[in-house]
Design a protein around this ligand. Structure first.
Ligand SMILES: Cc1cc2nc3c(=O)[nH]c(=O)nc-3n(C[C@H](O)[C@H](O)[C@H](O)COP(=O)(O)OP(=O)(O)OC[C@H]3O[C@@H](n4cnc5c(N)ncnc54)[C@H](O)[C@@H]3O)c2cc1C
Length: 373
């Protein structure tokens, strides 16, 4: 292999590809090293939802900065991206109160309240229990199967070297030791997701990083109209940092947990993203452990199907695929950013927001790491 580059990225998921993209845009020589033979990690297992609006703090900054890069890459690398926004349905007064508080905080450009009739006009869901909803217009979605692989192909066609089936094993200043020999690099980004615990176990342990595994499905349903955008439910209000500090969230959490203790066990999040072929990705549940068990309960899938039937008011759901997604999770943090060796930057997204934040996060990291001294 050519063995000297300005930038070497270890890990060809969306976080690594975003770093490669921003380094390549600066005119640098770039290589990507991955132990798999294609993009197959969390970056293809997800909902494809750039869930910009519901973030806060650094994640919101990265998500907002990254939005234009997603759209630009969709055009240049040739994959589907939709400026669809996100809808959230409120099926209880306490959920609507959270949406009111969010809309007041962020304003009309980011959260537009919908009354019950608006919701039923826009969304092909059952009218049972619908109180109202909100539309978050700036969110974007992609097809997760297509987007990251298309970026990898486009980068390769544009001159970035990809070394597949090559594992990074250790690092020294200016050198990546791999299973196929050494690669010299001015700057290295290590973007291996939860597998960071195999390369730098002390950092993973200190940050409490674990693997989080999720029940996911692709299905078709006889809806009265297509779902126009990703769809959140009351459970989503408990999951994203942008909602976390709103006073009414505690009421939603207390009620949902009292009504569904079994769903709390599964750590259910009920959300849906429509795909270009008319199918819908639905999920998810969460189990956190250091080594991900290969065994997945049927109960998680049954709950997802039952809840989808209720929400959409359908009596049939045709599941075409089921899978276990895995992402990195850590208590109380969204990013692990470290420089364990001079010039070697570890970049790990430690919750399920890597599609949303990767483009902006990578821009900030590339700018910082490659700034003139
Ligand atoms: C079910 C599910 C749903 C999700 N939904 C969303 C969503 O809708 N929106 C959102 O923003 N985020 C979502 N996420 C989170 C998002 O998918 C992840 O945060 C993101 O994909 C992480 O990207 P990554 O590049 O760090 O990891 P990955 O895509 O896992 O890539 C890591 C790469 O590193 C490689 N690697 C590991 N070790 C080595 C080594 N030693 N040498 C070489 N290569 C190595 C692996 O082969 C892999 O290709 C979801 C995740 C899951 C699992």
């Amino acid at each position: 292999m050519t063995s000297k580059y300005d930038v070497v990225v270890v890990g060809a998921g969306i976080v690594g590809l975003a770093h490669a993209y921003h380094a390549h845009r600066r005119g640098l020589t770039v290589a990507v090293v991955d132990h798999a033979d294609r993009v197959a990690g969390a970056s293809v297992q997800n909902f494809g939802h750039a869930c910009i609006t519901a973030q806060s703090g650094d994640a919101l900054e990265y998500a907002r900065t990254g939005r234009s890069h997603w759209l630009e890459l969709a055009r240049t690398a040739g994959f589907w991206a939709a400026e669809s926004g996100t809808h959230c349905v409120a099926r209880h007064e306490d959920e609507y109160t959270v949406l009111e508080q969010f809309a007041e905080l962020r304003g009309h450009d980011h959260g537009r309240l919908l009354n019950r009739d608006d919701v039923l006009d826009r969304l092909p869901i059952s009218d049972t229990d619908v109180v109202g909803g909100m539309y978050m217009p700036t969110d974007v979605q992609v097809d997760p199967r297509a987007a990251a692989p298309a970026i990898a192909r486009w980068l390769a066609d544009s001159g970035v070297d990809f070394h597949w089936r090559t594992a990074a094993t250790s690092f020294a200043p200016g050198v990546v030791h791999t299973s196929r020999g050494d690669v010299q690099a001015g700057t290295v980004f290590v973007t291996v997701n939860h597998d960071i615990d195999r390369l730098f176990p002390e950092y993973a342990e200190r940050g409490g990083l674990v693997r989080c595994r999720l029940h996911m499905m692709r299905a078709t349903m006889p809806l009265r109209a297509p779902l126009p955008s990703p769809l959140f439910t009351g459970w989503s209000l408990l999951r994203y940092s942008g909602f976390e500090t709103l006073p009414a969230v505690a009421d939603v959490a207390a009620r949902l947990r009292a009504e569904h203790p079994d769903y709390v066990e599964l750590d259910l999040h009920q959300m849906y993203t429509p795909q270009p072929d008319g199918s819908i990705l639905l999920g998810d549940t969460h189990v956190r452990e250091i080594t991900a068990s290969p065994f997945q309960s049927e109960e998680g899938f049954e709950v997802l199907i039952t809840e989808a039937k209720t929400l959409f008011g359908v009596d049939r759901i045709d599941v075409t695929e089921r899978w276990q997604g895995t992402y990195c999770s850590a208590p109380g943090s969204e990013f692990l950013l470290e420089e364990p060796v001079h010039g070697v930057h570890v970049v790990t997204v430690t919750t399920g927001i890597g599609m949303t934040t990767s483009m902006g996060l990578a821009l900030a990291n590339v700018d910082k790491a490659l700034a003139p001294a």
